[in-house]
Ligand binder design. Structure first.
Ligand SMILES: [Fe+2]
Length: 181
């Protein structure tokens, strides 16, 4: 997993959008935003290791999502656009990358800068409830990921707006990272 500041230049969202030279984001910066990550290589032991994290954090359920033209069919283009709208959820978004790659962009607060997190197989990423984020495939156009969740999936995306700025989960998140009142 590599994290760096997004360059904000127009153009294909699937391109790296890395500054030249790159502006790396330290792991501590992500930790301070309550973004958690592990790297669990996809080998014989990976299921046990993922299960251990799931157990510790109370993720009882899971499913697999395959984001590619082949995997999604007709809804592919609409889904890709939707994933890249800045949004938040009222629960954690947990992804373990099985194959392919992509970019999670998370908002740094209070700077409001985009941090781009490039994920690859073996990366396990937890975005906290209330963080503004978006997702895109990269130029390889394919990712397969395990989605972990507690009871029922709560993946309704709430696109950023005045309403989400006042959402109780958003405010709770800001308090947790020490930014909110
Ligand atoms: Fe999301």
């Amino acid at each position: 997993m590599r994290a760096y500041y997004y360059d904000n230049l127009p153009g294909d969202q699937r391109l790296p959008h890395d500054y030249a030279p790159t502006r790396p984001v330290a792991p501590e910066t992500l930790t301070a935003l309550n973004v958690l990550s592990w790297h669990i290589p996809i080998d014989e032991g990976h299921k046990d290791a993922v299960n251990a994290v799931a157990k510790e954090r109370g993720y009882k359920n899971r499913d697999t999502i395959n984001v590619s033209k082949e995997g999604m069919g007709e809804v592919y283009e609409a889904k890709i656009k939707g994933f890249f709208e800045e949004h938040m959820h009222e629960d954690e978004e947990i992804r373990y990358i099985l194959s392919g790659s992509g970019f999670f962009d998370v908002r740094e607060t209070p700077s409001d800068a985009w941090i781009r997190v490039a994920v690859e197989p073996g990366d396990l990423l937890v975005l906290p409830a209330g963080i503004y984020h978006r997702f895109t495939l990269d130029e390889k156009n394919q990712i397969k990921a395990l989605r972990l969740f507690q009871d029922e999936p709560k993946w309704v995306p709430h696109n950023r707006s005045n309403a989400t700025d006042a959402n109780v989960h958003r405010l709770g998140y800001l308090r947790e990272i020490g930014v909110g009142a």
